[in-house]
Design a protein around this ligand. Structure first.
Ligand SMILES: *[C@@H]1O[C@H](CO)[C@@H](O)[C@H](O)[C@H]1NC(C)=O
Ligand SMILES: *[C@@H]1O[C@H](CO)[C@@H](O)[C@H](O)[C@H]1NC(C)=O
Ligand SMILES: *[C@@H]1O[C@H](CO)[C@@H](O)[C@H](O)[C@H]1NC(C)=O
Ligand SMILES: *[C@@H]1O[C@H](CO)[C@@H](O)[C@H](O)[C@H]1NC(C)=O
Ligand SMILES: *[C@@H]1O[C@H](CO)[C@@H](O)[C@H](O)[C@H]1NC(C)=O
Ligand SMILES: *[C@H]1O[C@@H](CO)[C@H](O)[C@@H](O)[C@@H]1NC(C)=O
Length: 570
C-alpha cells in the first residue's frame, strides 16, 4: 500500500489536542447537562469482577478489535468525563489473553475538522505487510457523519499507542440521497479482485441499508451502484459486520477469504429496537450482492447472537488461534441517575469464539478458552434428582462471581406442555411462563444471584413444549424478580433453542458476575445476557441454586462451578 508508506513517514503529528464535548445526534441521546458530570466516586457493589470495564465512566460500542504483534487490542467508545453518553473518544486497552487488560491513552479523539464533533464507531483491518489501519466515523463541523482512516504512528510499537489521522480525510462522505445523520460504523475491509471493500450502515426512509464502497488504495473510495444488502422496515442499520465462516470447521477465517466451503454472515444492530440480528447467506462476487439463505429473516424476528443486553457487536479474526471472536457491548438496565451515582455505565460481554453450526442454520458461540485461567475453587455435583418444586443450593463457591456449567437430563418428553403456534415471540412467552408457572418438562435450570430466602433471584431456565412434529425449547433469563429495587428495567429475556433432544439432555453455562448473568444454552446455540442489580444478593450474600418446577423429574447429570478470580482490569 503505497499510501501507507507515504503516511508512515510523517511519524509524529499533533496529538496534544483537547477533547471537545460535542457530538449531538438524535439517535445517540445527547444530554449536555449530564454528559460532563464527573464521577465523584465509583460505587463498587454492582461492578463486575471479570467483565471488561474501565475504572469509571460511560462506555459503549467495542471498536476495531484486532491482534497485532502478540498483543490483542480493544478500542471502545468512551466518555472520559462522565457516566452517561457524550464526549466520545476511542479508548484503548491491550492484552495478551483478552482477560487481563491494561489501559492506554485514548487512541482517537476529536482534533480535526473531519471529526471535531465526535469520533464514533469503526473497525480495524490488517493490510498486507502486517499494517493495521482503522476506519471510523467522524462528525464534521456540519454534523455530518463522514468516514475517516487512522494509521499507527509507529509500527514497531506492538501497543500501537499513537495514531495518525491523515489530512486527506474524510475518505467517504455521504453521497447525495444519503441522510448525513444516518451514515456510520464502517466495517473491517475485505479484499478481492484488486479492491478493498467496506460497508457503511445507513437507512433510506425505513429501509435498513449496508452501503458498499470500494477502493484500490484505501484512500480513494467509490460507492458501488447497489448496497451489498438492505431490508425494508428495519430502520437504521448500525454497526454492520460482514465476514466469512467455514462450513466444515470451527476455525475462523480471515475476512477476505471466500470459496466453495465458505458461507457469509451479515449482522446489523437495529437502532429502532436496540437489538441485533444476523443472517447466514451467500456472497455473490459476480453481482456484489449478499443473499440470506432461505428461511432466514432480516430484522428483529431473525436470529440473534444474544437475546438480552447485547448490542453494537463486532467480530475479528484472530490469526494466532485461528478463530473468529465476537465482542459486544452490554448496557446497564438501571436508570441514568443510578449510573451517575455509580460513576460508571456499560461493560463488554466476555469475548466469544463463534462458528457455523453443523446444521448450517445458525452460529454457535462459546466464551474464549482463556477465561478458564480465572477459574479458582471448584465444586462438582453429579446425579442430583430435582423433583417439582425443588431448589438445591450449590454451596462452596462465591455465587456472585462464578462460572457454572450444568448438564440436565430427563427420561421422557411425554409431559411436555402443548405449544401454541401463536407463541412466536420468545421474550413474551417467557413473560407469560416464568419460573413460577409450573409446567411439564421444565421450567428447570439455575437460580442465579439469589438471596438466601429467595426475595431476589434471576432464573435461567429451559422449558420444553410439544408442537405437532417437533419439540420447542425455550431458554429464559428472567430479571423480573432480580432485585427489590423497583426502578429498574427487568426484562424476561428469552430465545428459542434449535437443539436435537434425542439424547434427552440439555446443557447450560452461566457466567455470573455481580450485575451480569451471561448464559450459553445447548453448548452455545442460544445466548442471553441479563444485567441485574440485586439489593440483598450482593457481597458474599449471593447464592446459587438448581431448580425444577415441572412435573417431569430432572436429573443434574453433572455440574461444575468455579469461583472466578478477578483479572487485572485496566
Ligand atoms: C517505536 O516503538 C518502538 C518499540 O516500542 C520504540 O523502541 C521506538 O522508540 C519507537 N519509535 C519512536 C519514533 O517513537
Ligand atoms: C435524516 O435522519 C434524521 C434522523 O437522524 C431525521 O430526523 C431526518 O428527517 C432525516 N432527513 C431526511 C431528509 O430524511
Ligand atoms: C451469482 O449470480 C449470478 C446471476 O444471478 C448467478 O449466475 C451465479 O450463479 C451466482 N453465483 C453464486 C456463487 O451464487
Ligand atoms: C415454583 O412454582 C411455585 C408455584 O408457583 C412458586 O411458588 C415458586 O416460587 C416457583 N419457583 C421458582 C424458582 O420460581
Ligand atoms: C437427532 O440426533 C439423532 C442421534 O444423533 C439422529 O438419529 C436424528 O436423526 C436427529 N434428529 C434430527 C431431527 O436431526
Ligand atoms: C439498554 O438499556 C435498556 C434499559 O434502559 C434499554 O431498554 C435498551 O434499549 C438499552 N439497549 C441499548 C442497546 O441501548
Amino acid at each position: 500500500m503505497d499510501v501507507l508508506k507515504r503516511l508512515s513517514v510523517s511519524v509524529f503529528l499533533c496529538f496534544l489536542c483537547i477533547i471537545s464535548n460535542n457530538g449531538a445526534e438524535a439517535s445517540h441521546k445527547y444530554q449536555p447537562e449530564l454528559e460532563s458530570l464527573g464521577a465523584v466516586q465509583v460505587k463498587h457493589v454492582h461492578r463486575t469482577g471479570f467483565h471488561f470495564q474501565p475504572p469509571k465512566n460511560w462506555i459503549n460500542d467495542p471498536n476495531g478489535p484486532m491482534h497485532y504483534k502478540g498483543v490483542y487490542h480493544l478500542f471502545y467508545q468512551y466518555n472520559p468525563k462522565g457516566a452517561v453518553w457524550g464526549n466520545i473518544v476511542w479508548a484503548h486497552s491491550v492484552s495478551k489473553d483478552m482477560i487481563n487488560w491494561e489501559a492506554l491513552d485514548p487512541a482517537i479523539y476529536p482534533s480535526k475538522p473531519f471529526d471535531i464533533n465526535g469520533c464514533w464507531s469503526g473497525s480495524s483491518t490488517i493490510l498486507p505487510g502486517n499494517k493495521p489501519i482503522i476506519l471510523y466515523t467522524g462528525i464534521d463541523p456540519n454534523k455530518r457523519q463522514v468516514q475517516n482512516i487512522a494509521i499507527p504512528a509507529n509500527l514497531s510499537d506492538p501497543y500501537l499507542r499513537q495514531w495518525i489521522k491523515p489530512d486527506f480525510n474524510p475518505i467517504v462522505v455521504p453521497a447525495i440521497g444519503i441522510n448525513s445523520s444516518q451514515f456510520r460504523d464502517p466495517t473491517t475491509a475485505w479484499f478481492y479482485n484488486g479492491h478493498w471493500n467496506i460497508l457503511v450502515g445507513s437507512r433510506r426512509k425505513d429501509r435498513g441499508m449496508a452501503y458498499l464502497y470500494r477502493s484500490k488504495n484505501f484512500k480513494y473510495w467509490v460507492k458501488a451502484q447497489h448496497p451489498l444488502h438492505s431490508s425494508p422496515n428495519t430502520g437504521m442499520w448500525e454497526c454492520p459486520d460482514f465476514y466469512p465462516v467455514s462450513v466444515n470447521s470451527k476455525n475462523g477465517l480471515d475476512t477476505s477469504l471466500n470459496g466453495p466451503s465458505v458461507k457469509h454472515v451479515l449482522k446489523a444492530s437495529l437502532d429502532l429496537t436496540r437489538y441485533e440480528f444476523y443472517t447466514i447467506g451467500t456472497y455473490n462476487l459476480t453481482l456484489d450482492k449478499y443473499n440470506p439463505d432461505s428461511g432466514l429473516v432480516d430484522g428483529w424476528d431473525g436470529l440473534r447472537y444474544d437475546y438480552g443486553n447485547f448490542y453494537a457487536s463486532k467480530t475479528f479474526y484472530d490469526p494466532i488461534k485461528k478463530r473468529r471472536i465476537l465482542w459486544g457491548w452490554s448496557n446497564e438496565s438501571d436508570s441514568q441517575q443510578d449510573d451517575i451515582k455509580k460513576g460508571w455505565a456499560g461493560i463488554q460481554a466476555i469475548p466469544r469464539k463463534l462458528w457455523l453450526d453443523s446444521s448450517g442454520k445458525q452460529l454457535v458461540q462459546w466464551p474464549i478458552e482463556e477465561l478458564d485461567i480465572l477459574r479458582g475453587k471448584k465444586v462438582e455435583k453429579s446425579n442430583v434428582k430435582l423433583n417439582k418444586g425443588d431448589n438445591v443450593e450449590v454451596n462452596g463457591i462465591t455465587a456472585e462471581q462464578v462460572d457454572v456449567e450444568v448438564i440436565f437430563s430427563f427420561s421422557s418428553l411425554d409431559k411436555a406442555e402443548k405449544f401454541d403456534p401463536s407463541w412466536v415471540n420468545a421474550q413474551n412467552l417467557c413473560g407469560q411462563k416464568g419460573s413460577d408457572v409450573q409446567g411439564g418438562v421444565g421450567p428447570f435450570g439455575l437460580l442465579t444471584l439469589a438471596s438466601e430466602n429467595l426475595e431476589e433471584f434471576t432464573p435461567v431456565f429451559f422449558r420444553i413444549f410439544k408442537a405437532p412434529n417437533k419439540h420447542v425449547v425455550l431458554l429464559c433469563s428472567d430479571a423480573r424478580r432480580s432485585s427489590l429495587d423497583k426502578n429498574l428495567y427487568k426484562a424476561s429475556f428469552a430465545g428459542f433453542v434449535d437443539v436435537n433432544l434425542s439424547n434427552k439432555k440439555l446443557s447450560l453455562r452461566s457466567l455470573i458476575d455481580h450485575s451480569v448473568v451471561e448464559s450459553f444454552g445447548a453448548e452455545g446455540k442460544t445466548c442471553i445476557t441479563s444485567r441485574v442489580y440485586p439489593t440483598l444478593a450482593v457481597e458474599g450474600n449471593a447464592h446459587l441454586y438448581l431448580f425444577n418446577n415441572g412435573s417431569e423429574v430432572i436429573t443434574v447429570e453433572n455440574l461444575n462451578a468455579w469461583s472466578m478470580k478477578s483479572p487485572h482490569m485496566n
